[in-house]
Write a protein that binds this ligand. Structure first.
Ligand SMILES: [Zn+2]
Ligand SMILES: [Zn+2]
Length: 1009
C-alpha cells in the first residue's frame, strides 16, 4: 500500500475560488493568444453563417447594468452559436449623432440654445466638440465590454457619423424618394420648445414621457351667430389654442341639448349635463330642448377675439367654414361637453379635419413657439404663457364660464422634459403609412419569443403613421435634398460621389458629409438652371441606426448577413430600433421582409427596490464601477438567472453575492476535488474514457443515472437558450451542479476514491472518466454565461489533462445529448429512491436520531412499483439511509403501530423506522460521531482528502463510551484514512498538541498526525 502525501499533488486550482483573480488571468490569456480574433477565422470553416448587426448604443451615456444585461444576452448567443460551429459577424457599432450629444456639448460650451450656438461657437467647432464627446463615451463602453467579457469584435465596429455610413444611409432615402415615399409637407408634429426641434411620434410614445402635469381647466362659451342668448359650451386644457381656433366640432349621431342657465341657453351633449353642471357648481339649470348633433352642423359662431387678432377676421373672409360647426366622429362625447374647438395649427385631428375641407391652417408661431405678429395682441408671447392672457380676454368678452386647474397625463420631451406643443410645421416625411400593409405582413413573420412584446410591437406598427424624419439640428446625417431657389424643384443625392460630381463649388480638403460643409455645396437646377441649396435639416437618429443592416456592410456582406438571425434590445426599442430597421429594409428592398428573423425585446433593469434607475435619484449602477469590485461571471450569471429575459429586473447587489457565488464555487470545488484525485492516480482522459469504462463493464447504476440525467439537461438547456429563456436555462445548470452532482452523486462515489489498492484501480479510473466527462461538459455549457470561469477551468484542468483539446473553450464543440446514454427507467427508479431516502431522514429527525447513527430496520409500505424500484437498488438504498435491513410491503401491519417504530409518509408511500438501538448500534454511532470530528479537523489542518494519517489519538472518553467504541476502532481508521486509532485515558499519557472538542455536551480530546 502506497501513501499519498501533500507533496504528491500538483493542483492547478487554488484552494478558494477567487472570481476576480480568475477573470484577470482569463483576460490575459484571451489577449495574449488573440482568441477573439481567431474566432473570425470560423467564417472559412464553419457549418453556416448566422447574420448579425449590432444595435448601436448611443455614445452619449455611461454604460450601466441595464445595458450590461442586454449585452450579455447578445454575447451568450454569440458564444453558444460559435461553439455550435456557426460564424456570426458579431461586430460592434456605435450610434454617434443626434440631439442628446448636441445638448451635452451645448452644456460644455455654455450656450443656451441653437441660435447662440451658431452665432457664438460656429458649426465647425461644434462638430469637433461633438466628436470629442462621443470618443469620451466610447472609451467607457470599450472598458465595460472588456470587463464584462463581451466578445464583440471592436476592431470591425461601425460608426453612424462616418461618410461611408452616411452615404449608404442616403441610398435608402433615395430609394424612398424614387418610390414617392419621401415628401415634404405641413404636418402637425410634436415640437419641443426646449430642444427646438420636432419629435417623431415614436419618441412621443416613449416609456415615461407621459407625466402628470397641472394645466388650466377652462370652460368657455362661443355665442351662436345671430342668436340672442345661445352659446356653445366648450372645455379645454390649453387656452392658448383659442388663439388659433377656426372651427367647432360635434358628433353627428349624438344627442345634444340646450340647457337654461340664468338667461342663457348653453348647447352641449346630453349625457354630460349632470356631470358638467356639478363641475361648474351650477344648481339651477334646466334642459329645455334636445337636438341631434348633425342638425348643429353648419351653424356659425361669433369668435370673440377678432378685435385683438385681426388675422382671424381675414380667415373668415377667406373661407366660409371658418368659425362654423362641423360634424366629426372623433369627437368624444364621454368627456367634457361633447363640443370641441378645433385649432388645425395645433392638433392632429384638427389638422386633418381642416385639410379635407380646405380650411386654411393658421400657425402663427416662430421656432421658439412664440406667437408671431399674425397673432395680433399675443405677438412675442410663448405659447403656453398665453394661457392666462387668453382667459382674461375671454372674461372681458363674456366668454369665460369657469377657470380652474386639472392634473392629467401629458406628453413631455423624453430628453428635456419640456411640455410638448403640437404644431403644424414644414417637415420631411417618410410616407410609411403607404407601405403599412407590407410592414405588417413582414412583422408577422418575425419570431418574438414572447407574445406580449409581439402584440405591443404589432399594435404600434398598426398605427402606421407617416414618419417625420427631419430635425432642425446640426450634428446629424444631413438630409440629402437640394431645392432650387428660383423654381422650387427638388433633387436628392444618393452618394458622396454623386454630390461631388454635380457640385458647382470647389470641394475643400476637410470636406465631410456634415453641416456646415455639406451646406456649402450648391447644385444647378435641371429645369431653370437656378441655384439649388440643401434643405436645412438633419435626420432623425433612429433613421441612422435603422439603416445599419445596409449601411454598415458592403453590398455583398448585406446579401450574406441580412436578414440577421437574431437581434435583441430593450423593450423601449419597440418604437425605436426594431421599428426603424423594419421600415427602412422594406423601403430599401421593396420586399415584405424585416432585416431580422427574430427579435427579443428585453425587460428593463431597475434598482433593488424596483425603482427606475436615474441620475436624479442617484441609483444608477455603472458597469465599470460595479466590475471594479464585483465579478463579471457572477454578474452575468445573476442577471440571467434572476428573472425571465422579458421581465423588468430588480438588480440587488446582495443577491449577486449569494446564490451565484455558491453555484460557481461548488462547481469549482467539485472540479478541484476531481483534479486532486485524478492527478494522484495519473488519470489519462485519452485512455480512460466513458467508452473504455463501458467496454470493461465498470459502470454502476449511480454512474448510469448521472450520465443519463446529464443528457437530458444538455437537451433542455440548449432548447431553453434557443427560446431565450435564459433564467430557466441557467436554473438547469444550477440544479445539476448543486443537487445532482454535489449533493447526490459525489457523496455516493466519494468513498470509492479513498482507497488506492490495485483491485479498485479500474473503478477509480471509471469515476475519473465520468467526472472528467461531466465536469467538462458543464464547463462548456456554462461558457456562454460565465466565459471567464469556463475558460479558466478548461485551461487549468481539462486542457491540462488533454493537450489535444482545442486551444480555447470557445473553440470547443457544443455538447450534444447522447441518446444511448439515456435510461429513463433508471432515472425514475432513482427519483423514487431519493424520495424514500429523504422521507426516512424525516422519520429519523422526528425521533432525534442523527443520520450517521446506524439503525437496524426500515419497513417500506408502498405500491409495487416503488417497492420494486427500491429492491432493485437495495444496497445503495440501505447505505444512503444508514440502516442495516429493509422490508417491503403494501400493507401496514399491526406491529408497526408499536412504540419502537416512527413513521413518515408522502402520498401513498410510508416509511417505518425502528428506533431501538442496542449497544452495538450505539457504539457504531459514537464511532461515526467522532469520525466526523476527525474529518473536519483533518480539513482544518490542511490535509487533502486522499492523504493518509499516521495516527489518530483520542483521550478522556468516559469508561462507558470507551467500551462502546472499542469494537469499531479499525472501521474508524478506515473511515478517516489513518493507519491506526489509539485511545488514551488521560491527556498526560501522550505529549502532543491536543484539540478539545465537544461531543453531546461532553469534552473529549483529539490529535492527528
Ligand atoms: Zn426637448
Ligand atoms: Zn429651378
Amino acid at each position: 500500500m502506497t501513501t499519498k502525501s501533500k507533496e504528491d499533488f500538483d493542483v492547478n486550482l487554488t484552494a478558494n475560488y477567487n472570481p476576480l483573480e480568475v477573470e484577470k488571468e482569463t483576460q490575459e490569456f484571451w489577449e495574449k493568444n488573440q482568441i477573439r480574433d481567431k474566432l473570425e477565422l470560423l467564417e472559412n470553416d464553419n457549418k453556416g453563417v448566422l447574420g448579425y448587426v449590432e444595435g448601436p448604443p448611443t455614445l452619449n451615456g455611461i454604460p450601466h447594468i441595464g445595458h450590461a444585461r442586454g449585452r450579455v444576452m447578445k454575447d451568450i448567443r454569440y458564444r453558444w452559436k460559435s461553439m455550435e460551429g456557426y460564424y456570426m459577424p458579431f461586430w460592434a457599432g456605435w450610434d454617434c449623432q443626434g440631439l442628446p450629444v448636441e445638448l451635452e456639448v451645448e452644456k460644455i460650451l455654455g450656450v443656451k440654445n441653437k441660435l447662440e450656438l451658431i452665432t457664438q461657437v460656429g458649426e465647425e467647432r461644434f462638430i469637433e466638440e461633438c466628436k470629442k464627446v462621443i470618443m469620451k463615451y466610447h472609451k467607457m463602453w470599450l472598458e465595460a465590454d472588456k470587463r464584462l467579457g463581451i466578445f464583440i469584435n471592436q476592431k470591425k465596429a461601425y460608426w453612424t457619423y462616418l461618410d461611408t455610413y452616411i452615404e449608404r444611409e442616403w441610398h435608402i432615402l433615395k430609394c424612398a424618394w424614387n418610390q414617392e415615399l419621401l415628401e415634404e409637407g405641413y404636418y402637425v408634429v410634436a415640437y419641443c420648445p426646449g430642444c427646438q426641434t420636432s419629435l417623431s411620434s415614436a419618441e412621443v410614445g416613449y416609456e415615461g414621457s407621459y407625466k402628470e402635469v397641472e394645466d388650466p381647466s377652462l370652460y368657455f362659451k362661443f355665442k351662436v351667430n345671430q342668436s340672442d342668448n345661445e352659446f356653445f359650451l366648450v372645455w379645454t386644457t390649453m387656452p392658448f389654442t383659442i388663439i388659433t381656433d377656426t372651427m367647432l366640432a360635434v358628433r353627428p349621431d349624438a344627442e345634444y341639448v340646450k340647457v337654461k342657465v340664468g338667461d342663457e341657453l348653453w348647447i352641449m351633449v346630453k349625457q354630460r349635463v349632470e356631470t358638467v353642471m356639478m363641475d361648474l357648481e351650477i344648481m339651477n339649470f334646466k334642459v329645455v330642448s334636445s337636438v341631434e348633433g348633425k342638425s348643429l352642423v353648419g351653424l356659425k359662431y361669433d369668435y370673440p377675439l377678432k378685435d385683438i387678432i385681426p388675422e382671424q377676421e381675414l380667415l373668415e373672409q377667406k373661407n366660409h367654414l371658418v368659425h362654423t360647426v362641423i360634424g366629426e366622429t372623433f369627437v368624444d362625447v364621454d368627456t367634457a361637453t361633447g363640443v370641441v374647438h378645433l385649432s388645425p395649427g395645433n392638433g392632429e385631428d384638427d389638422f386633418w379635419a381642416a385639410k379635407k375641407r380646405g380650411v386654411p391652417i393658421f400657425v402663427p408661431f416662430n421656432d421658439q413657439v412664440k406667437f408671431t405678429d399674425k397673432a395680433g395682441l399675443f405677438e412675442g408671447v410663448f405659447a403656453r404663457d398665453a394661457d392666462s392672457l387668453v382667459v382674461k380676454e375671454l372674461e372681458k368678452r363674456n366668454a369665460l364660464v369657469k377657470i380652474g386647474k386639472t392634473r392629467h397625463e401629458y406628453p413631455t420631451c423624453w430628453r428635456s422634459h419640456h411640455k410638448l406643443v403640437w404644431l403644424a410645421r414644414k417637415e420631411y416625411f417618410l410616407r410609411t403609412d403607404k407601405i403599412n400593409a407590407k410592414v405588417l405582413e413582414a412583422a408577422e413573420k418575425i419570431e418574438y419569443y414572447f407574445s406580449e412584446p409581439k402584440n405591443r410591437f404589432i399594435a404600434f406598427l398598426k398605427e402606421g403613421k407617416p414618419w417625420c424624419i427631419s430635425r432642425e439640428r446640426i450634428w446629424g446625417t444631413p438630409l440629402p435634398i437640394w431645392s432650387c431657389i428660383k423654381c422650387g424643384k427638388k433633387t436628392i443625392m444618393g452618394s458622396k460621389k454623386e454630390l461631388l460630381q454635380k457640385s458647382l463649388d470647389k470641394i475643400p480638403e476637410n470636406f465631410e458629409l456634415h453641416k456646415p460643409w455639406v451646406d456649402r455645396v450648391t447644385l444647378q437646377c435641371d429645369c431653370c438652371e437656378g441655384k439649388m441649396q440643401r434643405e436645412d435639416f438633419v435626420l432623425d437618429t433612429w433613421h441612422n441606426s435603422g439603416a445599419s443592416p445596409f449601411a454598415r456592410f458592403t453590398d455583398s456582406q448585406y446579401e450574406k448577413y441580412i436578414p440577421a438571425d437574431f437581434l435583441t434590445e430593450g423593450i423601449d426599442q419597440t418604437r425605436g430600433w426594431a421599428n426603424s430597421l423594419l421600415l427602412e429594409n422594406i423601403i430599401l428592398t421593396g420586399k415584405c421582409e424585416a432585416p431580422y428573423r427574430a427579435f427579443l425585446f428585453q425587460g428593463l433593469t431597475q434598482d433593488s427596490k424596483g425603482r427606475k434607475m436615474s441620475k436624479s435619484v442617484g441609483n444608477v449602477i455603472e458597469t465599470n464601477k460595479l466590475l471594479e469590485k464585483y465579478s463579471a461571471d457572477l454578474s452575468r450569471f445573476y442577471m440571467m438567472r434572476k428573472c425571465p429575459s422579458i421581465d423588468f429586473m430588480n438588480f440587488d447587489l446582495q443577491e449577486l453575492k449569494r446564490r451565484p457565488y455558491q453555484v460557481l464555487s461548488t462547481l469549482y470545488h467539485l472540479t478541484r476535488f476531481f483534479l486532486q484525485n485524478a492527478q494522484f492516480d495519473n488519470f489519462n482522459p485519452k485512455k480512460y474514457t466513458i467508452d473504455w469504462a463501458e467496454k470493461n463493464v465498470q459502470f454502476k447504476n449511480v454512474d448510469r443515472w448521472l450520465l443519463s440525467k446529464l443528457q437530458d439537461k444538455i437537451e433542455i438547456y440548449t432548447q431553453k437558450l434557443d427560446k431565450c429563456e435564459f433564467n430557466s436555462a441557467v436554473a438547469i445548470l444550477e440544479v445539476f451542479v448543486i443537487e445532482t452532482l454535489s449533493r447526490l452523486y459525489v457523496p455516493m462515489i466519494r468513498k470509492e476514491l479513498w482507497t488506492d489498492d490495485t483491485e479498485s484501480f479500474n473503478r477509480r479510473q471509471t469515476i475519473y472518466a465520468i467526472l472528467y466527462h461531466v465536469l467538462k461538459t458543464l464547463t462548456l455549457l456554462f461558457n456562454p454565461v460565465t466565459p471567464f470561469f469556463s475558460e479558466n477551468l478548461y485551461q487549468k484542468v481539462f486542457r491540462a489533462l488533454d493537450e489535444g483539446l482545442p486551444e480555447s473553450v470557445n473553440f470547443g464543440y457544443w455538447p450534444k445529448p447522447n441518446q444511448q446514454m439515456r435510461t429513463k427507467t433508471l432515472e425514475e427508479d432513482f427519483d423514487i429512491l431519493f424520495k424514500t431516502v429523504s422521507l426516512t431522514y424525516a422519520a429519523r429527525q422526528k425521533a432525534g436520531l442523527k443520520r450517521r447513527w446506524p439503525l437496524n430496520k426500515v419497513v417500506i409500505v408502498a405500491d409495487e412499483k416503488t417497492n420494486k424500484a427500491l429492491k432493485n437498488h437495495e444496497i445503495l438504498f440501505l447505505e444512503l439511509i444508514n440502516i442495516k435491513s429493509a422490508e417491503y410491503t403494501q400493507k401496514v401491519s399491526a406491529y408497526l403501530k408499536e412504540d419502537n417504530w416512527i413513521s413518515t409518509s408522502e402520498d401513498e408511500l410510508f416509511t417505518f423506522v425502528n428506533i431501538k438501538r442496542d449497544t452495538a448500534l450505539i457504539g457504531e454511532g459514537l464511532m461515526r460521531d467522532i469520525a466526523r470530528r476527525v474529518q473536519s479537523l483533518r480539513k482544518d489542518m490542511g490535509f487533502v482528502p486522499t492523504e493518509f494519517l499516521n495516527s489518530v489519538n483520542i483521550a478522556e472518553l468516559d469508561s462507558e463510551n470507551k467500551k462502546l467504541l472499542l469494537p469499531y476502532l479499525d472501521e474508524m481508521a478506515d473511515l478517516v484514512r489513518t493507519r491506526k486509532v489509539f485511545l488514551y485515558k488521560n491527556r498526560n499519557e501522550l505529549d502532543v498538541n491536543w484539540k478539545e472538542i465537544k461531543l453531546d455536551g461532553k469534552k473529549i480530546l483529539l490529535e492527528l498526525n
